[in-house]
Design a protein around this ligand. Structure first.
Ligand code: ADP
Length: 324
């Protein structure tokens, strides 16, 4: 069953489209990723799901409800991760947990939640004194206090060291395993590949592809790359005619073939039939990175900004629209 349905969503700022016809649905119980370069429209999309922005066109439904018209009910269903600026520096972990519990009529008990998230020993620590990983764990705890059906996590691991990032991934999987659907906004390929059941790749306000991580990889023009130096030359045309081969290139006497697993089998059969040996045979699988580069136009700049990018900011635009 779809718990989130986004259909033909459009949203422009100062006449400039930020989201330009986005359609996807999130099934109950999955970790659904929204992946894309900075400025692609990910946060705007998610803010429309949260009812924080009013779409210019299209529909958004959360459990069948309209996030703007039925804002109160949708707020109860959604656990939204705070941005760092939204929590006072002097608040202790305990105070933050108690404060957020008070917002809900039937909150989860924050004590086991704090224990599950490894915050027990930090209850008297002020927010400003927490490490990056501890802050993120507190944000996760706060987003779960209202017993949500869906939790929305936007660039949760940006700025974390690799260890803290991996710990956070384990927590996200535990949230899903406890029955909560996760909508995860990220520009980390590894994160999306490891965690997400399905991913919508968003580029320039549009869905460039929507699939499982392995589905996205297999769409990549170079899902498997086979390279070797044949003991006898093999014809380029003959290699290009092998099943699923998409490109063949000779550099000196070394040949590189882009294809799929089926192409690998066909190459091996051809070598056997011809009694040709392959020296330094290498088979490499494409990664989600390769698929992403294929699918998006501005992915190189994203790769370079992995630790500095912060979604939810409005960039350098002079006129910024406030959230509702
Ligand atoms: P992402 O989350 O993928 O980085 P955003 O949804 O934050 O993308 O931004 C999409 C585009 O909309 C960007 O060009 C950004 O500068 C612009 N934008 C985002 N928020 C605002 C805002 N509040 N006011 C004006 N422009 C905005």
């Amino acid at each position: 069953m779809a718990i989130i349905e986004v259909n033909g969503l459009h949203k422009a700022y100062n006449g400039k489209p930020a989201v330009d016809g986005v359609t996807f649905d999130v099934q109950e119980g999955e970790i659904f990723g929204i992946l894309g370069p900075n400025g692609a429209g990910k946060t705007t999309t998610v803010e429309c799901v949260e009812g924080l922005r009013i779409p210019d066109a299209g529909t958004v439904r959360v459990a069948g409800l309209d996030p703007v018209a039925d804002h109160e009910q949708v707020t109860r269903l959604l656990g939204v991760q705070l941005q760092e600026s939204e929590l006072q520096a002097k608040l202790t972990v305990r105070e933050a947990l108690e404060l957020y519990s008070a917002f809900y009529s039937d909150p989860a008990d924050w004590r086991p939640l704090a224990a599950r998230l490894g915050l027990e020993s930090k209850l008297t620590t002020r927010f400003a004194k927490l490490s990056g990983g501890q802050k993120q764990r507190l944000f996760i705890a706060l987003s779960l206090i209202g017993n949500p059906r869906v939790v929305v996590l936007d660039e949760l691991t940006t700025g974390l060291d690799p260890r803290a990032r991996r710990d956070t991934w384990t927590l996200i999987e535990e949230i899903r395993d406890s029955g909560v659907t996760v909508l995860l906004v990220t520009h980390f390929m590894e994160e999306a590949q490891r965690l997400c059941d399905r991913i919508a790749v968003i580029d320039k306000g549009r869905v460039a592809a929507l699939d499982t991580p392995s589905g996205l990889i297999s769409r990549s023009t170079a899902s498997t790359v086979i390279s070797f130096t044949p003991s006898e030359p093999l014809g380029e045309r003959e290699l290009a005619a092998l099943p699923e081969a998409s490109a063949v290139e000779y550099k000196g006497d070394r040949v590189t073939i882009n294809g799929t697993d089926e192409t690998v089998n066909a190459v091996i059969s051809l070598l056997a039939v011809r009694h040709v040996t392959a020296r330094q045979l290498r088979v490499t699988e494409a990664s989600l990175d390769d698929a992403f580069l294929d699918l998006t136009t501005d992915a190189t700049s994203t790769a370079a900004t992995t630790t500095t990018g912060t979604a939810g900011t409005a960039g350098t635009s002079e006129e910024t629209e406030e959230r509702v």
